[in-house]
Design a protein around this ligand. Structure first.
Ligand code: ADP
Length: 191
């Protein structure tokens, strides 16, 4: 299997690049943000619980997100690989993901970490808020809270994968096509 993590702060372009990567490499896209928004749309209990956190720009509790990813992996037993987008976002999620991969006798091949400057992130997110219909993109305070959560809890997840030499850093500024090519070059070097 080819299992990849696309990593980076909110607004770094993970969603955009994921759409292209899954087509090229035939992977199953697992975005915890998308899965959570779909739970909210269905008004499930999980969705209602998650919404309270998401509206404030806070991370949803680990056990909720881990359970959701576990089901998504179990529901896709025959895929060539997974592209994880927005997950793992905490050290506990990273440890849980390792276990889930081990159960399938596989592992994470590479973490692609996209780097984008703070000012650019803020402006991209607020711009996205004009059209995305996502309430967490329109409010500047919520956008800031998400970036703070990223620095406090998520940035360290890259250190976890660095121990195993699995992290490559990609500059997330430039054209969508150039960034995509840079990501593909790194993947092709590893597989
Ligand atoms: P972005 O990366 O642009 O903030 P996402 O769609 O990945 O957008 O996430 C939106 C929100 O969903 C986050 O602010 C957070 O509340 C919640 N969320 C998504 N993924 C996770 C996760 N792995 N752990 C905890 N909360 C998450």
């Amino acid at each position: 299997m080819l299992n990849l993590i696309l990593f980076g702060p909110p607004g770094s372009g993970k969603g955009t690049q994921s759409e292209k990567l899954i087509v090229k490499y035939g992977l199953k896209h697992l975005s915890t943000g998308d899965l959570l928004r779909s739970e909210i749309a269905q008004q499930s209990q999980l969705g209602m619980e998650a919404k309270n956190f998401m509206d404030k720009g806070q991370l949803v509790p680990d056990e909720v997100v881990i359970g959701m990813i576990r089901s998504a992996i179990e529901n896709n037993p025959t895929v060539k690989g997974f592209l994880f987008d927005g997950f793992p976002r905490t050290s506990a999620q990273a440890a849980a993901l390792d276990e889930l991969m081990e159960l399938k006798n596989t592992s994470i091949k590479i973490m692609l970490a996209m780097e984008v400057g703070e000012k650019e992130l803020m402006s991209r997110l607020l711009k996205r808020g004009e059209t995305s219909g996502r309430s967490d993109d329109t409010n500047e305070e919520v956008v800031k809270a998400r970036i703070i959560e990223y620095h406090n809890k998520t940035a360290a997840v890259a250190d976890y994968y660095k121990q195993f030499n699995k992290v490559v850093t990609i500059k997330g500024e430039g054209t969508v096509e150039d960034i995509f090519n840079a990501l593909c070059n790194e993947i092709d070097l590893k597989v």
